[in-house]
Design a protein. Structure first.
Length: 225
């Protein structure tokens, strides 16, 4: 994150670091040089595994704007060690991010893995590319994308990369992440229900379960007969 530090640690940031006693620890990154950071195998794999990320841009008024971009895992692709790209699909047609990028291509991206409490931060320079400018790249990026009308390609030239501290990231799970665990639970429940049915049959008990929670006697669980 040498380049990331040079971009993020402004004079005012360094002043605050001094005030808070962290200047020496975090400042070591400034001694590592100022060459653009590159995406290694870990970063590439992480990006390809994500189903979304947060994209921050800044407009001419100086106000930042953050938008979420989502799609199937792999919709944002690493083209090389310094370039990521994705097919940009029509949204609410405000075009705030697109307009901001036209005025100032500097962007920040947060890729999150909530279950594992991991976060990858990227600083880069974004550029809009027409769908007809590179048909081969367009076909590649549109092969795996979110549903909707693709209006443009967005290419981001990576400047800085930083794996952020996992502290305070609340674990959250998407439906896709929960599905394997829920499937196992459903299979286990079905097996127990079948076992219960067979036991009830052996005991000569009716094969019925009241959906409201009452047993076959009409009593609720725990209610005295």
């Amino acid at each position: 994150m040498s380049r990331f530090a040079h971009l993020a640690y402004t004079d005012t940031v360094r002043l605050v670091q001094e005030e808070q006693g962290s200047a020496a620890a975090v400042g070591r990154r400034l001694a590592e040089g100022d060459e653009p950071d590159r995406l290694a195998a870990d970063e590439s794999a992480f990006i390809h595994s994500r189903d979304g990320f947060y994209l921050a841009s800044v407009g001419e008024t100086g106000w930042p704007y953050v938008q979420f971009r989502g799609g199937p895992p792999g919709f944002c692709q690493v083209l090389d060690e310094r370039t990521i790209a994705f097919a940009d699909v029509r949204g609410n047609r405000q075009y705030i991010s697109t307009g901001n990028i036209r005025a100032d291509g500097r962007v920040a991206l947060f890729f999150m893995d909530y279950p594992r409490q991991a976060r990858l931060k990227i600083l880069g320079r974004a550029a809009v590319q027409g769908l007809d400018d590179d048909p081969e790249l367009t076909a590649r990026l549109c092969g795996l994308r979110t549903e909707g009308l693709v209006e443009r390609l967005l290419l981001i030239r990576v400047e800085g990369v930083n794996w952020n501290c996992h502290q305070h990231i609340t674990p959250r799970f998407s439906e896709a992440e929960l599905r394997p665990h829920l499937d196992r639970l459903h299979r286990r429940t079905a097996a127990l229900e079948e076992e219960n049915r067979l036991l009830r049959a052996r005991l000569g008990m009716p094969d019925r379960v009241d959906p409201e929670g009452a047993d076959d006697t009409g009593s609720l669980p725990g209610e005295a007969l």
